[in-house]
Design a protein around this ligand. Structure first.
Ligand SMILES: [Zn+2]
Length: 434
């Protein structure tokens, strides 16, 4: 079942004020643009939007779409994307075609167009679809119409204000968080992609209303070469960026215990009103570009743990370059969101069944592993440093952790209102109650 944007699947919502009863099971919405998987970056390019189509087929093969409300979002508008991106950059993406390389040679360089971020047919529309789904998801969350909103075509965390980067052109995450900040005082952003979530960090680097936490491989060289521990925010956002730099080959137990031991105190200290979880699947073992040894179960454990705090959550995709594992992981994580346990044996009637040969399971065994260079001491040091950072964050004088700023609750306008610069400044600079 695909509901149109205007449909209201939660007919009982209007009675919310009469009955404070809330069902125990979390309401989950799935924001699915059926066209988004049809774009091609190029034959040799590792980013394959088709992985989203495969993931959707698995989700439906297991019948998980019956456990949530599925929406067909509209594309993000130019103005919505301009709430973060510079207009000349969007204008360029909108006009350029793959044949324009010579005409736009200088501009290509300015906007970091090249081998990693090529101009392919429909690059603007692809970005509109990915961003449109994250914005749609954020609207359902801010309107209290869902508890968990999923967009696997989102998570394009490297895109900058006027620059493509790391296969990302439009930063759907930043757009969604900006929308969420109109209603929620604090948003926690967590990134488990193998790459540093640099675009999101940079967008909110001076803000104490968004705490970004990124777990990633770091050695000063691995893309995007940022994300060392000492990058922790500036000005009013000092301490509101946290980075957990890891080395090659980290495995399930080390990763999940580090994740839990950092995320739990982070949530308790920051008290976010909403969480955005970027589930980049290139942190899985056997990823074409990755160097970690995580199983799909361990990756999903991070989703399960984050969900256990019962805080409104936007779940997005991200990297992931071994297609069948990306589809497996995001399907498994959808099952976690809807509280359904699914058998490891994949449903035989899915369109892409043969793709999962020879094991045809949701949880294939990781046999060959990359050497683990993360010592217990190194991880313990990271944990201690993270907790120390939280101490500073907790004592930041301008942040009242319990209250919603009244000046922001007034911005419950129609969904399409675009954020002008003045409003953005206010959203990002206003200290909560300060
Ligand atoms: Zn990545």
């Amino acid at each position: 079942m695909v509901l149109e944007e205007t449909d209201t699947p939660f007919k009982d919502v209007e009675y919310g004020s009469f009955f404070s009863f809330r069902p125990q099971k979390r309401r989950v919405t799935y924001h699915l643009d059926e066209q988004v998987g049809n774009y091609h970056y190029g034959d040799k390019h590792p980013m394959k939007p088709h992985r989203i189509t495969i993931a959707n087929h698995l989700v439906m093969g297991y019948g998980l779409h019956n456990k949530m409300d599925v929406y067909s979002p509209r594309k993000a508008t130019f103005n919505e994307m301009a709430s973060f991106h510079r207009e000349d950059y969007l204008d360029f993406l909108q006009r350029v075609t793959p044949d324009d390389a010579e005409t736009y040679a200088d501009t290509f360089q300015n906007f970091n167009i090249g081998a990693d971020c090529p101009i392919f047919d429909g690059v603007y529309e692809f970005s509109q679809r990915s961003a449109g789904a994250s914005l749609d998801a954020s609207r359902k969350l801010t309107q209290g119409q869902t508890d968990i909103a999923i967009n696997w075509s989102g998570g394009l965390h490297h895109a900058k204000r006027a620059e493509a980067s790391g296969f990302c052109y439009v930063n759907d995450i930043v757009l969604a968080i900006l929308n969420m900040l109109r209603y929620f005082p604090r948003v926690l952003y967590i990134d488990i992609d193998i790459h540093h979530g640099d675009g999101v960090q940079q967008a909110f680097y001076e803000s104490d209303r968004v705490l970004t936490v990124s777990f990633h491989k770091y050695n000063g060289d691995f893309f995007p070469a940022t994300g060392n521990f000492d990058e922790n925010g500036i000005k009013g956002g000092k301490y509101f960026a946290m980075n957990i730099p890891l080395d090659d080959g980290i495995g399930d137990d080390q990763y999940t215990s580090l994740y839990k031991s950092i995320i739990e105190p982070t949530i308790n200290t920051f008290q976010p009103s909403a969480i955005v979880l970027q589930c980049g699947a290139d942190s899985l073992g056997y990823d074409r570009l990755g160097v970690f040894n995580l199983s799909i179960r361990a990756h999903g454990e991070c989703v399960k743990f984050t969900k256990s705090f019962n805080i409104p959550m936007l779940v997005v995709g991200g990297g992931g370059y071994t297609l069948r594992n990306v589809a497996r992981a995001w399907c498994y994580e959808t099952s976690i969101c809807v509280d359904e346990s699914v058998p490891s044996q994949l449903p035989k009637d899915t369109s892409y069944y043969e793709f999962f040969s020879p094991d045809y399971t949701l949880h294939p065994k990781l046999i060959t592993k990359i050497e683990n260079k993360n010592s217990p001491k190194m991880l313990e040091d990271l944990r201690i440093r993270a907790l120390e950072q939280l101490r500073y964050l907790g004592s930041a004088p301008s942040v009242q952790m319990q209250q919603i700023p009244p000046d922001l609750t007034g911005h419950l306008d129609e969904e399409d209102e675009c954020l002008n610069d003045e409003f953005l400044d206010k959203v990002l600079d206003v200290r909560v109650n300060g």
